[in-house]
Unconditional design. Sequence first.
Length: 93
Amino acid sequence: MSRNSVLILLLCAGALTGCAADYLNHYDTVTLAAGDTQKYNSLLQTVDPFNPNSKNTRIEGDGARAAGVAQRYKIPPPPPPPPSITVNVGNTN
């Protein structure tokens, strides 16, 4: 075998050994989520799990204001002019 094929074989073997890591761990339960049965049952028997306010489809807001914000986002206003600089030379008193 060439050196490249040995390297590829070692990389593949190393990647496959990570798959067996969960099988080597010993757990007292069948699955990792076996302790959540009480929480699962309470969620299963909940009549209406949604927040009542989620049915409110009326969005409070002003359409003209939202349109203005979108327009300012697309075309930003020009930056303000730089402040004028005044230089005093000598004493004017």
